[in-house]
Design a protein around this ligand. Structure first.
Ligand code: NAP
Length: 454
């Protein structure tokens, strides 16, 4: 009997799991190890999807099934590049598929951006979702005005979280310390700042419309009159941007400030600087190229005590591989990673946001994973020819020698159960564990209990 194909997947978000699913379907006789640097799997499903959108998180059930396929092993808590190099990993597997995503929130690169109370979407969303690397962010939500830069779905998530009644958040899986910060909210006004027009937003219509149904929330377009001077686009079309635009056109320029939260949508505005010396006081704006001709369309500045830049994400470079210096994305052809000269990097593949950039919904990763899996499978005869790879057991001993504790799917399931039980006691779907320390402590307790039983 020939030895099975051994494949490593680095990253356990939707792209990693869809890749595991596609590869295990295409290669009945394979062994796949999924490495994850955090203690928990599922990436953006756990740490990106907003806590009040629990339905979207149900896709984790699909990934859970994949994780318990006997040919697939989860190794959470191992960071490739820190705990073991990519070069070393390649010696243990016929192929390595990188599904590391684009974890770095993009910055505007303008003056004042280092002031406190200014966050990228990556850290702000990571914070309210209990991401171990962002739990310490600690924004002060006791401010009256917030600026949210960007016209994509992450901006909508952030607005909705800031404007939603507390009772809705109490039944979400937002962790208790973050819930306490949301309970101190004083937000009366959110300014959403887009550099394009009302017809070029990237909002999904469904998500956008949800804002209109939030109790106590009013949507305004302060530039409504100026936009009538030829800046509202043709209103036909069933594309999301056209539908968003039609809804915005029906919105008033201002609303009486009788409690609740006003969300102001500003267009054709380019952030030029953040104002403030020791603390944030506002955002300085200039007309974006499209609006230069219209005097007075864009206000010179807007007051705010908190700002979240939701302008996309960059990938983190992986040592030894070619990446785009502006975006951090890997150079590839149909998922096959290539070097600076376009030559294939043997046995290294990419999938998900590190491959195609931070676009699309969770399901988009399924088709993306199929493409990478097909590319990988086509190259396997060559990758396996005469090439024996290191045993899984020897990789395990290397990790053990380095005192790296891996968390398996079974252990993760026990942690998941623990989180759900804790959540149920609080009337929530789960109460998340927030750090490696907490996870390690629990696993230690479980192991001690097991050894006492044996
Ligand atoms: P996005 O959809 O690409 O939106 C980014 C926004 O930032 C765009 O409006 C962009 O403007 C703007 N922007 C970029 N650079 C800027 C700059 N320097 N100055 C001012 N504005 C700038 O990204 P995202 O909102 O981060 O979402 C990432 C992906 O996740 C998207 O595919 C999104 O649909 C998906 N997502 C889906 C859901 C959901 O389905 N519920 C929820 C969250 C996220 P331009 O358009 O002018 O470039």
């Amino acid at each position: 009997m020939s030895a099975p194909t051994r494949i490593a997947i680095v990253g356990s978000g939707p792209a990693g799991f869809y890749a595991a699913e596609a590869l295990s379907r295409g290669l009945p006789d394979c062994r796949i190890d999924i490495f994850e640097r955090l203690p928990f799997p599922f990436g953006l499903v756990r740490y990106g999807v907003a806590p009040d959108h629990q339905k979207l998180k149900q896709v984790a059930l699909v990934f859970d099934r994949v994780a318990f396929d006997p040919r697939i092993e989860l190794m959470a808590g191992v960071e490739i590049g820190r705990d073991i190099t990519l070069e070393a990993l390649r010696r243990y597997y016929h192929a390595v598929t990188l599904a590391t995503g684009t974890p770095q929130g993009r910055q505007l690169g303008i003056d004042g951006e280092a002031l406190p109370q200014i966050f990228t979407s990556s850290s702000f969303v990571g914070w309210y979702n209990g991401h171990p690397e962002h739990v310490g962010v600690d924004p002060d939500l006791g401010v009256e005005s917030v600026a949210v830069v960007g016209n994509g779905n992450v901006a909508i998530d952030v607005c909705r979280m800031l404007a939603r009644p507390l009772r809705d958040l109490q039944s979400s899986d937002i962790p208790e310390p973050m819930l306490a910060a949301f309970a101190k909210r004083q937000v009366r006004e959110i300014h959403v700042i887009g550099r394009g027009g009302p017809d070029t937003t990237k909002f999904a219509f469904k998500e956008f419309r949800e804002l209109f149904g939030l109790p106590g929330v009013r949507i305004c377009v302060p530039q409504a009159r100026e936009l009538e001077r030829g800046l509202w686009p043709a209103e036909n079309g069933e594309q999301d941007a056209a539908r968003v635009s039609r809804l915005l056109r029906q919105s008033p320029a201002a609303a009486p400030s009788a409690g609740g939260t006003i969300i102001n949508f500003w267009f054709f505005a380019r952030p030029r600087a953040f104002a403030g010396t020791n603390h944030l006081t506002g955002i300085v704006l200039a007309p974006s190229d499209a609006a230069r001709a219209l005097n007075g369309l864009v206000p010179p500045s807007l007051a705010c005590g908190l700002a979240v830049t939701c302008i996309g994400y960059n990938g983190c470079p992986i040592a030894g591989l070619e990446h785009d210096p502006r975006t951090g994305l890997l150079a590839h052809r149909s998922g096959q990673v290539v070097d600076a000269r376009g030559n294939e990097v043997s046995g290294v593949f990419a999938v998900g946001w590190i491959k195609r950039g931070p676009t699309g919904v969770i399901g988009t990763n399924r088709a993306d994973a199929s493409e990478t899996a097909a590319t990988l499978i086509a190259r396997l005869p060559e990758l396996m020819r005469g090439r024996a790879v290191g045993e899984a057991s020897s990789l395990a001993s290397v990790l053990k020698e380095r005192s790296i504790r891996t968390i398996s799917a079974e252990q993760w399931r026990a942690l998941d159960r623990f989180e759900r039980q804790r959540g149920a006691a609080l009337g929530k779907p789960r109460e998340k564990l927030l750090s490696f320390v907490e996870v390690t402590r629990l696993l230690d307790i479980a192991e001690t209990a097991r050894s006492h039983v044996q």
